[in-house]
Design a protein around this ligand. Structure first.
Ligand SMILES: Nc1nc2c(ncn2[C@@H]2O[C@H](COP(=O)(O)OP(=O)(O)OP(=O)(O)O)[C@@H](O)[C@H]2O)c(=O)[nH]1
Length: 213
């Protein structure tokens, strides 16, 4: 990979928003991009949003896939898997007012690990609708403890009430994606240096044998 393609790769990220129906995936995407909370959204459509943001003084071109009505099992599973293959980083959402959405978080994380065939894929868990205290059925400590177990970032927030919290959650994911890519680059450079050294050593050995004979 040339230096310019590395720089280009570092200035892009593909994010996927996962979670059960009605937990606020579309609301979060729209809020992050437009700063607005609209209230009602088209539930059937799967949409990829494109935008440019500046995170830690570095511009980044984002593609954000808002997945719709996809389950981990059944006919929609393969489409979910291809969305996961496509993504660099994941926001798994649940609603604090819907226990089944919380229970699906572990399944989604397992699916990400399985599809990506590695652990440590940048993932942030977002517990939404904390403004609905009367309807709360998932405590914040439960969400935090699950996120610790799964080694993911965790934000409890209300997309309806707080743009800064939404921004912090998505920016943390972007930072993790950048970090992961930098680690990958360092590993590739190390490997290529090792190969060069091995090649040089082999050449030297061949030359000294030739001199002996
Ligand atoms: N009170 C409250 N309502 C919210 C919040 N976020 C989203 N909603 C509402 O929850 C409902 C579902 O939001 P969506 O963004 O459509 O949820 P979704 O996960 O994209 O739903 P699907 O498209 O069915 O998968 C809408 O009526 C939103 O207005 C929030 O933070 N607080």
């Amino acid at each position: 990979m040339t230096e310019s393609s590395q720089a280009r790769r570092l200035s892009r990220a593909k994010l996927v928003v996962l979670g059960r129906d009605n937990c606020g995936k579309t609301a979060l995407c729209v809020r992050f991009i437009t700063k607005r909370f609209i209230g009602e959204y088209d539930h059937k459509k799967e949409v990829t949003y494109r935008c440019r943001k500046v995170v830690d003084k570095e511009a980044i071109d984002l593609e954000i896939l808002d997945t719709a009505n996809k389950k981990c099992v059944g006919p929609a599973a393969s489409s979910l898997e291809s969305s996961i293959k496509w993504g660099d980083g994941f926001l798994i959402m649940y609603s604090v007012t819907d226990r089944s959405s919380f229970e699906s978080v572990s399944r989604l994380k397992r699916l990400i690990d399985h599809v990506k065939q590695t652990l440590g894929i940048p993932t942030v868990i977002v517990a939404n609708k904390c403004d609905m205290e009367n309807g709360r059925v998932v405590r914040m400590e439960e969400g935090q403890s699950l996120a610790n177990d799964l080694r993911c970032g965790f934000y409890e927030l209300s997309v309806a009430e707080s743009f800064p919290d939404v921004e912090s959650a998505v920016c943390e994911l972007i930072r993790e994606v950048r970090l992961e890519f930098r680690k990958h680059l360092i590993a590739m450079e190390k490997r290529s240096r090792l190969l060069q050294m091995r090649h040089a050593l082999k050449n030297r050995l061949t030359r000294s044998k030739t001199v002996q004979w």
